[in-house]
Write a protein that binds this ligand. Structure first.
Ligand SMILES: [Zn+2]
Length: 430
């Protein structure tokens, strides 16, 4: 027994490369060799993937874990067990790695992440969690702050440079994976974080070698964030881009998260796909369908015009060579954990990116951003994290949702078992 499993006969897509009739040899969760099926040595354990297409597992560096149940997002749903349930859901849909950005509650995410890193989580078939802990926002006197609606009570309200620096030092002590701040004023309804405070947050974070992601809305906010030294814009500027911003982003190698699908007119056809109907309770799906119908062709967030401008900005930025990084902003509105990741790919392709470019952004590029050099590409000495698909996503990107199997670190995710468990609990909720 060699302890080596060879997956044969699939079309393999990774980065720019496509191999027809590929063989992927895996030992101890790591890819030992990739080549042609004709090269496979006798004695190996063979798994035929003939007729299938294999892509790397998705790496999503931006979402909000733990708040959604069914299709509803609420602070009361947040718990350690819901965070872990979401990690199972991510694994089910082929997401190997998920970074929660700024909405941790009572260090729950830090705790799950640390248990997972120590090998003490005691759960199989889970995505790996990264977290920015509790993000930073300005207080809005007499009202809730401009943090996400489900987390206004857990983000840190910064009123002074000193307080903001202390918060970042507390985050650094917990070894957060990034620092998140919200810079915008939510369409003029909330207070803005003063420039001296966000500059101090960035400087303090950098002194602890932590990257900073800024939620911005306008072009001016994007420029202010970049000038202050931010590493990541968590959204495209929704008011469009210009040559100055593009030059600044490129000069400083700032990453810009795509975050398209959360603002796209959602439509409702996808709610009838097995990826949804096999997993979510029927009443939850119908509730979301009713919400979407009520809005008509208008997105759940912002307007059709804003979305068209985002599509233009995405394409302009891609053509200019801006460092665009996949971001599904999952876990709120219609961004179903694990499904939003696939709908983001669809949004990127609909906006004009090629399927290969979109897939690469969601795997290789996003893994690089997180400094995870062991994943994101199917190559020798990388983790065997891959999704087996029925169809070729180069022809139809929605093929990424028609999943036969998911392998994480060479272990086949028990999708049937997870699905059965969810279907059982869905029945109990009726
Ligand atoms: Zn977000």
């Amino acid at each position: 027994m060699s302890g080596k499993t060879v997956y044969t006969g699939a079309r393999l897509i990774s980065g720019e490369h496509v191999i027809e009739d590929a063989a992927i040899a895996v030992r101890n969760g790591v890819i030992e060799h990739i080549g042609a099926t004709s090269e496979v040595a006798p004695g190996d354990t063979l798994v035929s993937l003939a007729g299938k297409t294999v892509i790397p597992a998705i790496v999503n560096p931006h979402g909000h874990i733990g708040y959604m149940r069914g299709t509803t997002t609420d602070a009361t749903f947040y718990s350690r067990s819901n965070v872990i349930d979401h990690l199972h859901r991510l694994a089910y849909y082929g997401v190997s790695t998920f970074q929660s950005l700024g909405t941790d509650r009572d260090d729950t995410e830090i705790g799950v992440r640390d248990d997972q890193r120590r090998g003490a989580l005691g759960e199989r078939d889970v995505a790996q969690l990264l977290t920015a802990g509790s993000g930073i926002v300005a207080p809005t006197p007499g009202e809730t702050n401009g943090g996400p609606f489900f987390a206004t009570d857990v983000v840190y309200e910064a009123t002074s440079v000193k307080g903001a620096r202390e918060h970042v030092r507390r985050l650094a002590a917990k070894k957060v994976d990034a620092v998140k701040l919200w810079l915008d004023d939510r369409s003029g309804t909330k207070a803005k974080l003063p420039p001296e405070i966000f500059a101090a947050v960035i400087e303090e974070a950098h002194s602890h070698a932590l990257p900073v992601a800024a939620h911005i809305y306008t072009l001016d906010e994007a420029k202010a964030a970049v000038r202050a030294g931010v590493d990541i814009l968590a959204h495209l500027p929704r008011t469009g881009t210009d040559d100055e911003l593009i030059a600044m982003l490129k000069d400083r190698n700032v990453a810009v998260f795509t975050s398209m699908s959360i603002q796209r007119p959602p439509g409702e056809d996808w709610l009838d796909e097995p990826a949804i109907t096999d997993v979510l309770p029927c009443d939850a799906v119908e509730g979301l369908r009713a919400t979407i119908r009520e809005r008509g062709p208008v997105p759940l967030y912002d307007t059709v015009d804003v979305y068209r401008r985002m599509e233009e900005t995405l394409v302009t930025s891609a053509e200019a060579g801006v460092r665009l990084v996949f971001s599904a902003d999952s876990g709120l509105l219609a961004q179903i954990i694990g499904v939003a990741e696939h709908r983001e790919l669809e949004a990127l392709v609909a906006a004009g990116l090629s399927p290969l470019a979109a897939l690469r952004m969601a795997t290789e590029t996003s893994a690089e951003l997180l400094g995870l050099s062991d994943r994101g590409v199917l190559r020798e000495n990388r983790r065997a994290d891959f999704i087996v698909l029925d169809d070729d996503p180069r022809h139809d990107i929605t093929a990424t949702r028609r999943i036969t199997d998911v392998y994480l670190a060479g272990t086949r995710v028990d999708r049937d078992g997870l699905r059965a468990r969810w279907q059982e609990s869905n029945g109990k909720l009726d």
